[in-house]
Design a protein around this ligand. Structure first.
Ligand code: SF4
Length: 483
């Protein structure tokens, strides 16, 4: 059994960073007196929800230091690119984006350009920036995000690119200010890192080993969110089912959910991501028991063939996966399931791929996030010799997408005429006469709301009932019935 490792939580570090934030704020206040407006920041975020959550922390720290957000890079005094290295195209996009900032910086020499996130935990990416993009002022990684105020202050006084990457798993620093993009729903990170080392995945190398936040800190954060009007929380971690294994307290993920379920004001609880090998009967029963837990589960199966699952180091078989799905469906009838699938993992044959299609047909996922395998430097799968030809991967990918579209459409057909509870995200971006929101099962619903029913109030953040009158593969349309 591997040695139990406790994450280090360091309040002294938090206080040090707070002092630096205060110092920068005082300087910015002096500038405000001079120029009559706050300094501005712009953040470009790539990748997953964990990155979005990190960006919300960066925004929170910048707001504390007296910066306002701007949608225009050219106007910003601080531009941050929060990178992702999970997919190859994100890496390619990054270099294009950094290159494009060169002229902006030439036009505005005081601009600070920072690059952070997963990709900066990889030596080759940091070296590429050092060599080719000398206009970048600051590079930092995922483990030292909490040090951003200190790094920002230092980079303002440096002539060269300041690079600060921690090679350890990092410490957990609580009470970092967060500026959330939405008020009615929030991502709450409950743990960092991953111990699984799936052979295609770079995450354990760039986000380190699993570290759980103390339950008291998680609950304190959610209570504060609820007091501020938040109705839905999504508990976030690379493998939430491992929550608590590294804590001294005797608590697991199911126990944490029960505690969150007791928080007044929170109406909906979601979580991601679950690993099929770790999802327990206790968790499935807890989902059923806790009324605030939404009827939705994201359980990535990745591939249908046991040979490929073994090569991926997923540590479960197709049969074990299907047994867990059966248990979930039996316990929570009508649950919406979603998954991740990789097409074209090294050595995947058509026979293997057909087993993936079989799982899609058998389980009937509401949604699948489908990816074409791409090599990630530094992972075992990148060294595997039998890489599948690009053309072939793309053809199979199209077959998979077509099948999943049919399945999603068929599931959504059952919503026709149904009354659903929707948490309203706001006016629809495409059609301002409608609102948009999500059901408990995670379906996007666009709906017309008659002012006779809801008056002049903005419905954003409210739970409303909507009758579905039109279904599509990826969204539903309807009409609000009551409020
Ligand atoms: S469980 Fe596997 S795929 Fe998920 S983050 Fe960990 S290593 Fe990556």
């Amino acid at each position: 059994m591997s040695e139990r490792k406790i994450a280090v939580v360091d309040p002294a570090e938090r206080d040090r960073q707070k002092l630096i934030m205060q110092r920068i704020k005082e300087n910015n206040d002096i500038d405000y007196q001079r120029i009559g407006k706050n300094k501005l920041f712009h953040i470009l975020t790539f990748g997953c929800q964990q990155n979005s959550s990190d960006s919300e922390k960066l925004k929170g720290m910048l707001a504390h230091m007296g910066y306002d957000e701007t949608a225009k890079k050219a106007d910003a005094d601080v531009v941050i690119i929060n990178t992702c290295c999970v997919r190859e195209n994100a890496e390619l996009k990054l270099y294009g984006n950094i290159g494009a900032l060169k002229q902006l910086k030439a036009d505005k020499p005081g601009m600070i350009i920072a690059v952070c996130g997963c990709m900066m935990e990889q030596e080759h990416a940091v070296n590429a920036i050092k060599k080719k993009y000398k206009h970048v002022d600051l590079v930092f990684g995922t483990h030292n995000l909490y040090k951003f105020p200190e790094l920002l202050e230092r980079s303002m006084n440096e002539q060269y690119t300041l690079i600060d990457i921690m090679n350890t798993d990092g410490i957990i620093v609580e009470d970092i200010p967060v500026k959330r993009d939405e008020k009615h729903k929030a991502w709450v990170t409950i743990m960092y890192g991953c111990n699984n080392f799936c052979s295609y995945c770079i995450v354990p190398y760039v986000r380190g080993r699993e570290r759980s936040r103390n339950p008291e800190d998680v609950l304190k954060e959610i209570e504060a969110l609820a007091a501020d009007g938040c109705k839905e929380v999504t508990l976030l971690g690379q493998n939430v089912n491992s929550y608590g294994k590294d804590l001294e307290a005797d608590i697991d993920f199911a126990d944490l959910i029960k505690l969150v379920n007791n928080i007044e004001g929170i109406e909906r609880i979601r979580f991601m991501t679950s690993h099929p090998k770790d999802i327990s009967d206790k968790l499935i029963d807890t989902m059923k028991e806790c009324k605030k837990v939404c009827e939705q589960l994201h359980l990535p199966f990745q591939a249908g063939s046991n040979r490929i699952l073994n090569a991926m180091n997923r540590k479960y078989t197709k049969e074990e996966y299907l047994a867990k799905i059966e248990r979930v469906k039996k316990t929570i009838p009508g649950i919406a399931l979603s998954t991740d699938v990789i097409v074209g993992f090294p050595s995947e044959t058509d026979e293997d791929f057909n087993e993936t299609l079989e799982i899609i047909r058998e389980v009937e996922f509401d949604q699948a996030f489908m990816f074409i395998y791409s090599k990630r430097q530094g992972t075992p799968a990148a060294e595997m010799t039998e890489q599948v030809e690009e053309d072939h991967k793309h053809k199979n990918f199209e077959r998979l997408v077509a099948l999943q579209n049919d399945v999603s459409r068929k599931i959504n057909d059952d919503y026709s005429g149904k009354l659903v509870e929707v948490l309203v995200d706001g006016p629809s971006k495409k059609d301002k006469t409608k609102y948009t929101g999500r059901t408990r099962t995670g379906k996007v619903v666009n709906f017309i709301a008659s002012k006779d029913i809801y008056g002049e109030d903005d419905l954003t953040g409210q739970l409303v009932d909507v009758r579905i009158n039109e279904v599509h593969s990826w969204f539903l349309n309807g009409e609000m019935i009551t409020n």
